[in-house]
Design a protein around this ligand. Structure first.
Ligand code: GLN
Length: 451
């Protein structure tokens, strides 16, 4: 009830696309009854969550932030949301996001901007909540969800978490099932939680994760008790500081915070080592070839026949064209064009194949580094939250937001962003930690020390 009331009071943030109070109250009621009957209580029993509107939810509109899916009500439940409901979670509604999860500001959503609850000191300018999981990060920061689901293809959990002072973890590729999540770039997409603390993330990730026969890339591996691993002990932990992440133009504030983070870990008994990830500079161009390539293929299914919007035409082809022209926004169209181009017969070898080779080298950088260190520490983002008119105009400016996060998706590794301090204007900044594949336990344990 407290959450529903606060959601009504904070509508101006535009964090939710669809609110589901009836479903929330019914699920909460069922939880109360389970407790009263002394029945089995799940890890998230009665916990009110927001769900990013990229997760298909049975009978509840699922838009992916796009006009083309307006009115689409899936007849099935995504595996991750099903797992959460099986653990007793309560769904408050579907959270706003960049269209098809493409963006870093939530500005590409057809359903309007999400406002970051944080403001610069003495300045009332509205700021972005990050993206693409901007509704999720804003809702958790504004306390209109106790935690939220996010998805992360190139940083969409970690960057919005950093910009709103919340914690977000992208688990290892294969840890959570992608079944029933609207696909953006299938080889990079992963689901994960955004929450108020590392401990909340650990509990929620435990409920979300697990093998699913419906997703052949989900791994058959037991899900550890992530909360139990939060011992606070990092004595002897080897922490790598990758020198290539000292990118040109990094602000003094971010680089100071990074050094402070290393210092805090050292005080707790960790050993700090400089490492090299030599192919880092190719990560953004590699990502912005592979992600649009996969997106252009995944988005081919929105044809006006099977889902959501249909704009009638005089022929089938014309109906396709009119529907896609009206249904997709500018950024999505740009990605489809880039993706189609890099996959086309004449350019496949030069762009897509080349990008796949570089991706293998980026993974090798990490594999080599993890021979010497247990986790890697970097900033989460190159800046704090920005205004809606900043980073405008040149799309590449926005792509630079992902400079520290995309490498992790290309290598399939787990990464977490934790709030680590405020900048001189009072805005939250985050630090990122990167772990070995399927070693979220060490990652969460180390990140909690920074919290
Ligand atoms: N900002 C990145 C992009 O626009 C990452 C998005 C994501 O992780 N879904 O592609």
């Amino acid at each position: 009830d407290a959450h529903l009331k606060k959601m009504a009071a904070l509508k101006k943030l535009n964090a939710y696309i669809t609110e589901t109070p009836d479903k929330a109250l019914a699920q909460a009621d069922a939880s109360d009854k389970r407790r009263a009957a002394g029945g089995k209580i799940g890890a998230l029993d009665g916990i009110p969550l927001g769900i990013k509107d990229l997760f298909c939810t049975e009978g509840v509109q699922t838009t992916a932030g796009s006009h083309i899916l307006e009115g689409f009500k899936p007849t099935y439940e995504s595996t991750v949301t099903k797992n959460l409901f099986d653990a007793g979670a309560v769904m408050l509604g579907k959270l706003n996001l960049d269209e098809f999860a493409m963006g870093s500001s939530n500005k590409t959503s057809y359903y309007g901007n999400v406002i970051n609850p944080w403001k610069r000191q003495g300045d009332s300018t509205d700021l972005v909540p990050g993206g693409s999981s901007g509704g999720s990060s804003a809702a958790v920061a504004a306390r209109i969800a106790m935690a939220a689901t996010g998805t992360d293809t190139g940083g969409s959990i970690r960057q919005p978490a950093a910009l709103t002072g919340t914690v977000g973890i992208k688990p290892t590729y294969g840890r959570c099932s992608r079944w029933g999540i609207v696909a953006f770039a299938s080889s990079l997409d992963q689901a994960g939680p955004i929450a108020r603390s590392v401990e909340d993330c650990a509990i929620m990730l435990g409920a979300m994760a697990g093998h699913d026969p419906k997703d052949s890339t989900s791994v058959e591996m037991a899900v550890p008790d992530f909360r139990k691993g939060l011992t606070g002990n990092i004595k002897g932990l080897r922490v790598g500081i990758p020198k290539e992440y000292r990118v040109d133009g990094m602000s003094q504030e971010i680089s100071d915070l990074w050094a402070k983070g290393a210092e805090w870990l050292k005080e707790q008994g960790a050993e700090i080592k400089e490492i090299s990830l030599p192919h880092t500079k190719y990560a953004l161009p590699t990502y912005y070839i592979i992600a649009p390539a996969e997106a252009s293929s995944n988005l081919a299914r929105y044809d006006g026949v099977r889902f959501g919007l249909r704009v009638p035409g005089n022929s089938l082809d014309e109906m396709y064209e009119l529907t896609r022209a009206a249904g997709f926004g500018k950024e999505v169209k740009r990605r489809i064009l880039i993706g189609t181009y890099v996959l086309s017969a004449g350019y496949y070898d030069a762009y897509y194949l080349q990008a796949q080779k570089v991706r293998a080298l980026i993974l090798k950088d990490f594999t080599d580094a993890f021979k010497d260190v247990d986790v890697i520490l970097t900033p989460s983002t190159p800046s704090a939250a920005f205004g809606f008119n900043e980073n405008e105009g040149d799309p590449v400016q926005m792509y630079l937001q992902d400079v520290f996060t995309v490498t992790v998706n290309l290598a399939g590794l787990p990464g977490i962003s934790v709030p680590a301090g405020l900048d001189s204007k009072g805005l939250p900044l985050g630090l990122q930690m990167i772990g070995r594949a399927f070693d979220e336990e060490t990652l969460l344990r180390s990140a909690q020390v920074l919290e």
